[in-house]
Write a protein that binds this ligand. Sequence first.
Ligand SMILES: [Zn+2]
Length: 95
Amino acid sequence: MNTSAQTVSPDFQIRCPTSHCTGWVCYIEDEPPFFGCGECGDEWYSKADLDADIARIIEKYPYRRAVYRWKNGWQSMPFEQEPADYRDLVETEPF
Ligand SMILES: [Zn+2]
């Protein structure tokens, strides 16, 4: 069993790395625990998988880098430091 999700704080949340989605991915303490986006419904069963998708979306859309910071994996930027146009930019992405 992959235990990497269990090292994440229960209040972890981060901008969803799915194209066109402006939602937040939260840590869901289920059995097994996972990461889920309340907006698009995407799920990740390890932090490594979530980190990989974040890396991919940043490579595709560099403006997305502004809402993440790297510290032993991707973490969220403080909400007040997000660019004001983040949501507008993401909503121009294809579904
Ligand atoms: Zn989403």
